[in-house]
Each structure stands twice: as C-alpha cells, then as structure tokens.
Design a protein around this ligand. Structure first.
Ligand SMILES: [Zn+2]
Length: 364
C-alpha cells in the first residue's frame, strides 16, 4: 500500500469524517459526539503516521549526508541527562560572563569528572541560582536539538539550596515543567546519589516521591559505594514512578544482575557491562528493560575504548532495547543529535538501526 497516497485521501476526507475542530492529535468532537469530550481522531492518527514516515526519511538522509542542522529538526528524546551538568559549557560561560577551562577529553573514572566539576564548575553553579539556570538551560538546549521528551534528573541534594525545604525545590520543579510546555515534554526525575548516606537521602527522596511532581526515580554515583539492598525500600515504595538505576557503567554484569534482582528497575542507565554476559543480556531483553546509553560519556570516562567498539552493537544484536542520550552535555559536549551522527560515522550502527532506536524511544 502506498501510505502517502492513502494518508492524502484520508486527509481530504478528514474534516468531514471528524466533524469537529482539530487540537493537535486530539480533536473536539462534532455533532455526532456522545459521552467523553475528546477521542483520538483517526484522521489525525493517519496524519501522525505520515509525519512519522517523513521524520524517518529526513533522519536517514541527514545521517547519510552528515547534515547536523537537519538532524536536529527530527524529533528525538533524551532519557538520561543530569540537570546540573546538562547544558553546554558555553551557556554557563555566558551566564557568569567569563571563560572556563575545558574538561579533559579523556578521563579514567567518574572521580576525574567529579574533580573537574568541583574545581571548575561548581564554584559557579552549585547554588540555587546556578541549579535553576543549568536545569532551564539544559532543557532549552534539548529543545534546540529536536528533543521532544526529556527525562531530566534533579538531584535531591539541591533541595538543601533553598531556605524553604522542601517547598522551594518542589515549587521550582513544578515551574520547570510548566515553563517549557508544550514545546517539550519535561519529565522531572528524582536523582539520588550513592555517594551520600542512604539514611539522609532516602527520606528526601520519599518527599519527592510523595509530591507527585516526578515521573521517574534514578540512583547514580559510585556503583559500589552502597549496595542495591540499601535502596530496596525506596524502590518498593516509589509507586507509579518509572524506576531507573545507573549500573553496569563501571560495575560488572554480576552487579547488573543483583540490581535487577533487588531493585527491579524498568530501565538501566548505561548497563553496558551486560554485553560481557550472554545470560545477563538475555535477562535484560526478556524483561523488556531498556538501557539508556550515552556513548560519548562512556568513551570520555574510559569505560569504552572508542565509539567504534562500543558494546551497544553487541546489545542491539542480542535484541535489547536501547536509547541514545547525552548524560552530561557540559562535560561531554555532544547533543543527542551529535551522538546519533557519531555512531553512524563510526560505522557501528546503520542509519536504519539508529532510526529504529530513535523511534522506539519516542512517546507512543
Ligand atoms: Zn548518568
């Protein structure tokens, strides 16, 4: 079937079929309406399908021609980004009116990155104004990169930057999502670091869970600083939230297995160590657990030698769902569009495979 012709004919009939006013992908019903005020409109659904096919075509062409400008116009997501380091370093420089030393292009661990952040960035941005600026600027960067949904991690330690705890922090989170709607779907994520004691962090995280403002929960920091068991109760009580965990970035496949056993995450941040274990990979695939991968971060921090040998190839070949993300744009300097382009240029994934990953990560 020629989908474009089919859509065209439906588009001509659309208003007559629907008899109402279109509001994006939903519409107000015409005289035939009964019961609920809105339904999903078949005309709009087919128009949406046509747009999806057109997006794929543009994405494939842009990858093959190396057209980053066009690539940035195609809808995509960022499901793994930390707010405090989520904007381009140039934006921080403009905000503080002074240049900053650049991060090393190669580091050997998370500690190297933390040291750079503490020495160069945090003196300027680890305060209430800096936290609010970087979060908003990260979302603006994402919009300019064609990101239509961002799951942005907001570390609960930032709650302590406000005089009114937790109200000041929670009010900002509520404003953040509203400010950018409808240009982008901002999904605030509770960020909990293993580098701080669970006894102080879990009560703060529960305040966020109970606020109803957050869509997901994530655990990050040094993978071996605390056991997964330390967070069992938090994850068990985070009802209605998508559950994520950073694991398998530097930790091994056994730790990935143990985390799956104890915390039962819906998605794993990184998880690339699973590629060393066929049984762990099969478990991830069979459980439908997506890995939110950040290729440049993995290379810069020394978890992977180079983009061209990234284990995402092995994971995709095993049938595991993956997404492609930025992690910390301030440090790694590559937007989601640039990540897709680098993966294509490296020859690791084909344009069609990358488009499949892009489409799978979009809101359904
Ligand atoms: Zn991360």
């Amino acid at each position: 079937m020629d989908k474009s012709l089919d859509c065209e004919s439906v588009m001509q009939l659309g208003p007559a079929l629907c008899g109402g006013e279109h509001l994006g992908r939903r519409m107000v019903l015409g005289p035939m309406a009964t019961g609920r005020a809105t339904i999903l409109c078949p005309f709009a659904m087919l128009a949406g399908m046509e747009a999806t096919l057109a997006d794929s075509e543009r994405f494939l062409t842009a990858l093959e021609s190396g057209d980053l400008v066009e690539l940035r116009r195609v809808p995509k997501t960022d499901l793994h980004i930390h707010s405090i380091l989520g904007t381009r370093i140039e934006n921080i420089e403009s905000w503080i009116h002074r240049p900053l030393p650049r991060p090393p292009t190669r580091m050997t661990s998370l500690d190297d990155m933390r040291e750079y952040a503490h020495q160069v960035l945090y003196p300027h941005i680890l305060n209430r104004e800096g936290f609010e600026f970087t979060a908003a600027s990260a979302i603006q960067d994402a919009i300019e990169d064609g990101v239509v949904r961002i799951e942005i991690s907001l570390d609960i330690r930032f709650m302590r930057l406000y005089d009114a705890v937790p109200k000041g922090f929670l009010d900002f989170v509520a404003r953040l999502a509203q400010t950018f709607s409808p240009r982008i779907d901002v999904r605030p994520e509770i960020g909990v670091s293993r580098n701080r004691p669970p006894v102080t962090e879990i009560p703060l995280a529960m305040v966020c869970v109970e606020s109803g403002l957050f869509c997901s929960l994530d655990l990050y920091g040094n993978e071996t600083a605390e056991s997964p068991e330390s967070y069992r109760s938090l994850y068990a009580e985070a009802h209605g939230l998508k559950k994520k965990v950073h694991v398998g970035e530097f930790g091994n496949a056994d730790l990935v297995d143990r985390t799956l056993d104890v915390l039962r995450p819906n998605e794993i941040q990184h998880g690339i160590a699973a590629a060393a274990s066929p049984t762990t990979m099969d478990r991830i695939r069979n459980g439908g657990t997506r890995l939110n991968i950040c290729p440049t971060s993995n290379v810069c921090l020394g978890a992977v030698g180079e983009i061209g040998t990234h284990p995402i190839r092995t994971l995709v070949d095993r049938g595991i769902r993956v997404s492609i993300n930025t992690d910390d744009l301030t440090i790694f300097g590559r937007s989601a569009s640039q990540e897709y382009l680098e993966l294509y240029r490296s020859g690791l994934l084909t344009a069609k495979e990358l488009d499949g990953i892009r489409r799978d990560s979009l809101p359904s």
